[in-house]
Design a protein around this ligand. Structure first.
Ligand code: MLT
Length: 407
């Protein structure tokens, strides 16, 4: 008799963004003439940078000739891309990361979801609250939790991120083994300082823990005093894995390209205390289950690091940050406290009412889709998240409609 992985039955009925899409679809079906402005899921709307498009075309042409055709590439990604990443994103910032410690992939969502597979099922896992739901759901699927009670899964250690702590969680009171951190944060848009991140790195050393550091929104950091990578912190190479993505940096949400950094100095343990190199496990998993990203897409990602690519990506991220500043100002003027939006494309707004009620109000009265904070965890109740990944014209229109709806 075929049986299921019953851990799946503990999950909420659908993935947050799929659930929102369904609700919006139902609303649109009832109101076919209403214009809807989507500021919920963080999906980019502007064209790929010209440097990436040129590289895509060129690489596609190479595939049209036997002499330059490519079949399977290295599972970890082509050296031309891994070397650029290592140089520009890490070594130029004083972070000692080698090209062969980089694993090119098809998304930070997949990597942050898959990485937990290489760790034991009975470890103690700490997640922020509010949190990107992928970290939680994948640990539920793997059987690391009990049931969902009062908005939280039994067995997980939740790290509260609130106005009071500036959305940077305090170190856990109890020992944990695996820690998820995300900065600039999704969903709150909050950032972390070197000193704060240093505390987490020290904690991980003291407790033989490992940090999973999601830096998918790093390209939006404008405050030069903030860390761009966890590897700017002394000792992080031994206790942290970092996730990055071209999705939000260069508009690759549909094109798909990301990477994960697994330093060879990161160690984990067997039940009987044997020390294992995490890199070897991830490499084993990656080579078994993944064939990397297509050649033209890796060439397009490489083009991000050319001088033109760097300028175009800067222009793209500046554009979205300008939207973010506009949204933040509009809500501040309406008297709603906000964070994020300065070093992040997300604005976290204290709606002072139930998150889903605010979601419904904005959809029905203004035709604007947000993400209810409660969907990211109990600490998100009362908040909504707006994404700045839209055209400036739509953002202006949405803020006007919201102003009318709320006043
Ligand atoms: C979000 O809206 O939180 C992101 O788009 C989700 C993702 O990157 O998977």
């Amino acid at each position: 008799m075929i049986r299921i992985n019953e851990n799946y039955l503990k999950l909420q009925s659908s993935y947050l963004f799929a659930h929102i899409a369904k609700r919006v679809e139902a609303f649109q079906a009832q109101h076919p003439d209403r214009e809807i402005i989507r500021m919920g899921i963080g999906d980019v709307t502007r064209a790929l940078p010209a440097a990436c498009i040129d590289a895509l075309h060129k690489a596609t042409d190479e595939l049209a000739q036997d002499s330059s055709f490519r079949g399977y590439g290295p599972e970890q990604g082509y050296a031309f891309l891994r070397e650029k990443i290592a140089q520009h994103d890490f070594q130029d910032r004083g972070a000692s990361i080698a090209a062969d410690e980089i694993f090119v992939s098809d998304g930070a969502k997949c990597d942050t979801g898959n990485i937990q597979e290489i760790f034991a099922t009975d470890i103690r896992v700490a997640v922020p609250d509010p949190v990107y739901p992928v970290y939680v759901d994948t640990n539920v699927m793997a059987g690391r939790t009990g049931t969902f009670q009062d908005g939280r899964y039994e067995g997980l250690v939740y790290l509260d991120c609130t106005e009071a702590n500036g959305y940077v969680p305090a170190l856990p009171q109890e020992p944990v083994d695996l820690i998820y951190l995300c900065f600039p944060n999704n969903p709150t848009g909050a950032t972390i300082t070197h000193a704060q991140l240093g505390q987490w790195v020290r904690y991980a050393h003291e407790h033989k823990a490992l940090i999973l550091y999601d830096a998918a929104y790093e390209a939006f950091i404008r405050d030069e005093s903030l860390p761009r990578t966890i590897y700017e912190i002394d000792g992080a190479r031994n206790v942290a894995i970092e996730f990055r993505s071209f999705s939000k940096t260069a508009g690759f949400t549909g094109t798909r390209c990301a990477f994960t950094v697994v330093p060879k100095s990161c160690k984990a343990h067997t039940a009987d205390g044997q020390v294992i190199t995490v890199y070897d496990l991830w490499n084993r998993r990656h080579t078994t289950k993944f064939n990397s990203v297509s050649y033209p897409v890796q060439r397009a990602a490489e083009a991000v690091y050319s001088p033109e690519g760097q300028a175009q990506v800067r222009e793209l991220t500046d554009y979205y940050l300008n939207n973010a500043a506009f949204i933040r100002q509009a809500f501040t003027d309406l008297g709603y406290p906000c964070v994020g939006g300065d070093n992040s494309p997300y604005i976290w707004i204290n709606g002072r009412r139930d998150s889903w009620a605010f979601f419904d109000l904005l959809l029905e009265k203004a035709g604007v889709v947000c993400t209810p904070g409660a969907g990211f965890g109990t600490c998100g109740q009362g908040y909504i998240r707006l994404s700045a990944f839209n055209s400036f014209a739509n953002v202006q229109k949405a803020m006007n409609l919201i102003q009318t709806a709320l006043t």
